[in-house]
Design a protein around this ligand. Structure first.
Ligand SMILES: [Zn+2]
Ligand SMILES: [Zn+2]
Length: 144
C-alpha cells in the first residue's frame, strides 16, 4: 500500500517535471521571457575604405616615398623639426602603410635608391598660410 502511494507521488512529480520542462523549453521563449536567438547587431562603424579609396572630389594624397595614392585616413608618417628662421621646417618622411610594411618599394625620388625601412626621406616644408608645401631634398643615403 505504501509502495503504491509512493509510486503515484513519484509519477506525479515526474509528470509535473515534464510539464515544467516543456513550459521552460517551448512556451517561455515564445512569450518573450527569454531570447534564444536574435539577429547580429548592425556594425556601428562603416567598414574601412579599400586601399586607394578616396571620396570623389577629394584631392589625391600621394605618398612621397612609394607613390601610393592614399585614401581618407591613410597618413604618411613623418617627423618635423622646426628651423630657426620659423618659415620652414625640416621633415623626415618615413612613408605610408604600404611602403612601411613592405608592400611597395620605398624609393628616393632624388637618387632612386631603394630604401630600407629605417631610412627616411628628408624634405623641407615651407609653412604657408594656405597649404604647407613640401619639397623632397633626398634620402638619408644621398643627403648623408
Ligand atoms: Zn608609401
Ligand atoms: Zn636619395
Amino acid at each position: 500500500m505504501l509502495l503504491r502511494v509512493m509510486l503515484i507521488v513519484a509519477l506525479g512529480f515526474a509528470v509535473l517535471f515534464l510539464l515544467w520542462l516543456g513550459y521552460a523549453l517551448f512556451l517561455r521563449p515564445r512569450k518573450g521571457g527569454r531570447v534564444l536567438w536574435q539577429p547580429a547587431p548592425a556594425p556601428q562603424t562603416e567598414p574601412l575604405p579599400a586601399p586607394g579609396f578616396r571620396r570623389p572630389g577629394a584631392p589625391a594624397k600621394i605618398c612621397p616615398v612609394c607613390g601610393a595614392e592614399l585614401g581618407a585616413g591613410e597618413l604618411v608618417k613623418s617627423t618635423t623639426f622646426p628651423t630657426l628662421n620659423g618659415s620652414d621646417s625640416i621633415m623626415h618622411i618615413r612613408g605610408c602603410a604600404y611602403c612601411l610594411t613592405g608592400i611597395r618599394d620605398r624609393l628616393c625620388p632624388v637618387c632612386h635608391a631603394v630604401l630600407k625601412t629605417d631610412e627616411v626621406l628628408m624634405a623641407r616644408m615651407f609653412n604657408r598660410a594656405d597649404k604647407n608645401h613640401v619639397h623632397v631634398l633626398g634620402c638619408s643615403r644621398c643627403r648623408g
